[in-house]
Design a protein around this ligand. Structure first.
Ligand code: PEP
Length: 248
């Protein structure tokens, strides 16, 4: 079965609201493509101007994080209902920067995944190993654990709509892309893990992305791999280069 390619950007903590609107307007003509899902995940304060700037285009707006409670005394957090009301369709969960700097765990990622589904937001669930773990030869075991915990309590119908992003930590923001063979190997292992959890139907439907220094030169080979259904792109999604990645 042919899975639709996803080209998703992660702007991280970049662009003020007015800069975000201007950048989206610049990207709109460059990322036109009816055959792929083009998503830009932006800082929370940029969501509303980004939505406005993307109106009438094929760009979908996503968030970079979300809390797992409905509402209440959680100063500084953003609720799922707030995201839905602002028109958000996707949310990145468990990015390695959130895990490293903000103490996110597999368990909190799982709570967020369940909450996102409850509110009809598609989670882009990140997993990835450190360089040390790769060198220790435990990459696949580590990723399987991250995936299995993230999907605890998720139904098969929900799981097939999820997006998983395999992002080796050593490749994020370093300019060091995993080789296509390394990326394909881990994405295939993730699909196998989903098959064990939910069966072949779900594993063939779920989309698995590679992320880590993807650029206009590396995107085509990566996205052409049988188990890689697109990319989660950081730095290059803040530039016109994102258009070349979408239309490689
Ligand atoms: C990311 O932020 O998820 C990412 C992969 O960043 P970069 O493309 O800059 O490595």
């Amino acid at each position: 079965m042919a899975r639709r390619i996803v080209a998703a950007g992660n702007w991280k903590m970049n662009e003020t609201p007015s800069e975000a609107a201007a950048l989206i307007k610049e990207l709109v003509p460059l990322v036109k493509n009816d055959e792929e899902d083009v998503i830009l995940c932006v800082p929370a304060i940029d969501i509303i101007p980004a939505k406005e700037a993307a109106k009438g285009s094929n760009i979908h707006i996503g968030a970079e994080n979300m809390y797992f409670e409905e509402k209440g005394a959680y100063t500084g957090e953003i609720s799922p209902a707030m995201l839905v009301d602002a028109g958000v369709e996707y949310v990145i969960l468990g990015h390695s920067e959130r895990r490293t700097y903000f103490a996110e765990t597999n368990e909190t990622v799982n709570k967020k995944v369940l909450k996102a589904f409850e509110h009809g937001i598609t989670p882009i669930i990140c997993c990835g190993e450190s360089l040390e773990q790769r060198e220790q030869g435990i990459t696949i075991d580590w990723i399987r654990q991250q995936v299995k915990i993230a999907f605890l309590g998720v139904t098969a119908d929900q799981a097939k709509t999820a997006i998983i992003a395999y992002e080796p930590i050593w490749a994020i923001g370093t300019g060091k892309t995993a080789t296509t063979a390394q990326a394909q190997e881990v994405c295939a292992a993730i699909r196998e893990c989903i098959k064990e959890l939910y069966g072949e139907g779900v594993s063939e439907e779920i989309r698995i992305l590679y992320g880590g220094s993807v650029n206009a030169k590396t995107a085509k080979d990566l996205f052409d791999q049988p188990d890689i259904d697109g990319g989660l792109v950081g730095g290059a999604s803040l530039k016109p280069e994102f258009g070349q990645i979408v239309n490689r």
